[in-house]
Design a binder for this molecule. Structure first.
Ligand code: LFR
Length: 484
């Protein structure tokens, strides 16, 4: 039996989870998770914009490692694209900018003048999102921290650096910068050159499973962890870790939806899809474990509901979902892929406005708004699953829903109905499981991706939802929202 600490940083909270793994004769394997510590991750709005509290996050990680107790190794994953800048002495220059900050507005158009969007897609396979690191870097150019910066570390790499003193750039997360060639898994040097981005800002690439150093003496003291505790590189993009823990059977033809603040819906492929049709459909080719490609679309996800809950004064979710289940289905739907929903604030009003603008009944009570959001998410899931199959010529027989949304029975049922496919829901803690399993693999406890998935499928509770209902009603609803 070995223990691993998975540091999993999400957009609204961070967690340190201890995963205990035992393998051995078939039937003896076990994999269980315990949450050692959870702490809020509160973005801070300043006059200059929306910022992450990186030191607060680090303090939460240290407190979590202390709560976790002795472990064999530590792995870190978080949301993608964002970074901290370090000066020549390795000190952090300012607070990392939040990807929902407005500084990248209008930046893409300037970038595309130098490198047309089609060429950029052919070279990097990345979806257009205003927050791709590439656009953030162009927006940051000329600012004081950027001018002084000698190093850029993506968020999980920054935390790993503070824990170990060692710097690296983990590949799955690097693939969200739009500076990686998904065919080679190496830097897209031509893109960087043409856009004047100095790749020496980045630390050398490292891959899931690579050692990332050991805890610094003062960290050992603060966490109470004795000995040279290693930090292991995992799929440091949370979505890469989550996809690694999708409990698909060997050879199964599946789509996945990683649900949380975002819904990331798509396929695992052997090679990127870089066609013009794929670009037009705004699918992304991010890198996964062992040379796999995460071919997916970003959908606004439960962010829409989280922001409504915040607006309503944080009522209990369970009764609201029960009430929403009783609201007539598909009365009104919004486009859950619309970047207009990216920024925080006044979400119930924005959802209502979108319904009004498309001539649909305007949801008014929290239960009606909640139902509208869940119907809309299911519809966006269906569109992404259908588009991915067509664009990649890769049919599927089932959809795996992992991440926090796997606990939301209404969302899972609606997704099965909308997709017309069975949904296998769980595990909810997919990112932490993927994180733990890559550490266990580095320690020689598990083998390839397929055996990691077998272990998840054999040990974690999963729930299956068969599609029911009227697909024509979903077709009709889809027609009510204007496509991007
Ligand atoms: C999910 C996620 C998505 C990424 C978004 C922004 O937590 O990592 O994959 O597109 O956050 O970083």
């Amino acid at each position: 039996m070995r223990s691993y600490a998975a540091v999993d940083l999400g957009a609204s909270s961070g967690r340190v989870i201890v995963g205990r793994v035992a393998t051995g004769r078939a039937g003896d394997a076990s994999l269980d998770l315990t949450e050692a510590h959870r702490f809020p991750n509160r973005p801070v709005r300043l006059a200059e914009g929306l910022r992450w509290d990186a030191l607060g996050l680090y303090a939460g990680v240290v407190a979590g490692l202390r709560a976790a107790g002795p472990v064999d190794s530590i792995g870190i994953d978080s949301w993608a694209v964002d970074y901290g800048l370090l000066d020549a002495d390795g000190a952090l220059l300012g607070n990392p900018v939040h990807y929902r900050d407005g500084r990248t507005e209008g930046v893409a158009a300037r970038v595309w003048e130098r490198m047309p969007a089609a060429e950029l897609y052919a070279a990097t396979g990345l979806q257009y999102a205003p927050f791709n690191t590439l656009y953030q870097l162009v927006a940051a150019r000329g600012t004081v921290p950027f001018t002084a910066a000698r190093r850029l570390l993506l968020i999980p790499d920054l935390i790993a650096y503070w824990l170990t003193g060692r710097q690296g750039t983990e590949l799955t997360n690097a693939s969200t910068t739009q500076l990686i060639d998904p065919r080679t898994g190496d830097w897209a040097r031509d893109v960087a050159g043409r856009l004047g981005i100095d790749l020496s800002l980045f630390a050398p690439l490292r891959r899931p499973g690579d050692p990332a150093g050991t805890l610094l003496p003062h960290v050992r003291e603060e966490t109470g962890l004795a000995g040279p505790v290693p930090v292991t590189t995992v799929g440091s993009h949370d979505t890469a870790s989550a996809v690694a823990a999708v409990p698909a059977a060997d050879g199964e033809r599946f789509a996945y939806i990683c649900t949380g603040t975002w819904s990331l819906a798509g396929l695992e492929l052997d090679a990127p899809v870089l066609t013009e049709a794929s670009r037009a459909a705004n699918f992304t080719n991010e890198l996964g474990l062992d040379g796999t490609v995460r071919y997916l679309r970003n959908i606004m996800g439960l962010w829409l509901l989280q922001e409504c809950l915040r607006d309503w004064g944080s009522p209990d979710l369970a009764p609201l979902l029960r009430e929403a289940a009783g609201v007539p289905p598909l009365r009104s739907v919004v486009d859950a892929g619309d970047p207009g929903f990216l920024a925080p604030g006044r979400m119930p009003r924005r959802v209502a406005d979108a319904c009004r603008a498309t001539g649909q009944p305007v949801p008014s009570t929290p239960a009606e708004v909640t139902r509208c959001i869940l119907d809309s998410l299911a519809l966006a899931h269906r569109r992404a699953v259908e588009d991915a199959q067509r664009l990649a010529d890769h049919p599927v027989d089932a959809v795996h829903v992992v991440g926090g949304g796997a606990r939301n029975a209404l969302l899972c049922r609606l997704t099965a109905d909308a997709c017309g496919l069975p949904v296998v829901a769980g595990p909810a803690e997919a990112a932490a499981l993927g994180n733990v399993l890559v550490q266990a693999r580095a320690g020689g406890l598990v083998g390839d991706l397929a055996s990691m998935r077998r272990l998840v499928a054999g040990t974690q509770p999963l729930k299956r939802y068969e599609p029911t209902g009227d697909r024509a009603a979903w077709d009709a609803a889809a027609c009510r929202i204007t496509r991007r």
